[in-house]
Design a protein around this ligand. Sequence first.
Ligand code: URA
Length: 254
Amino acid sequence: MELLEALRLQWEWGADEALLDAPQIRAHAAAPAPLPQRRPPRPATAAPLLAGPEDAARLAAGCDSLEALEEAMRGFAGCALRETATQLVFADGAPDARLILIGEAPGAEEDRIGRPFVGAAGQLLDKMLGSIGLDRTQVRIINAVPWRPPGNRTPTESEIALCLPFLHRQIALIAPSLLFTLGAVAAKAMLGPQAQAGITRLRGKWQQVSIEGLPAPLRLLPSYHPAYLLRTPIAKRAAWHDLLSLRDQLQTHN
Ligand code: URA
């Protein structure tokens, strides 16, 4: 029973991976084993400490390629999530995609592997794309927040605001025709106050969003997050309508 309680506590605190491969009975150990380091310490001379969305915006605006943007984000020390995440999860898919899908933030698998949507939700996303004749090499997949929040909690508004200039810059550098947001967090990040209605009301309705550096507003369709669809299969019907609407727009906006 005690063990169960301890396990429950770990779960509530967001512990979702073992640090060591084999269990250890610490009472028998002569000296505590050193904890494995998840990554080498950063040199003291690394990137300067940047603090706010204005700093992120300035940094992002100075990047003229996706490679430069990824490098700049890797060095950006202004977001505390970077300290608890294993690595930056920049993006997946084509650098010149006509369609960008925007998720919320990396989960445990994405954090480990360094690519967005590779866990269970990602597998469903692959199937959703397949159902309208697409695969992830033909689209771009980005998250609103590129570092995993501890315990997979929802990113805070200030974390989202801090990362937004990076998301906008990536969109501007790719210059797609359409955006498809997955879930409430991504819709809110992209639409701001327009997204107060909540995802159930918002999904399936095309919106327009202006991105600095692009000559005209982009069309954006909010839909459900695949993780929500895994938990709520009844919502798949609505998501299917959204995918059909997306496919129609892709065919129209050639
Ligand atoms: N959920 C997201 O929103 N993004 C990922 O990359 C994985 C799960």
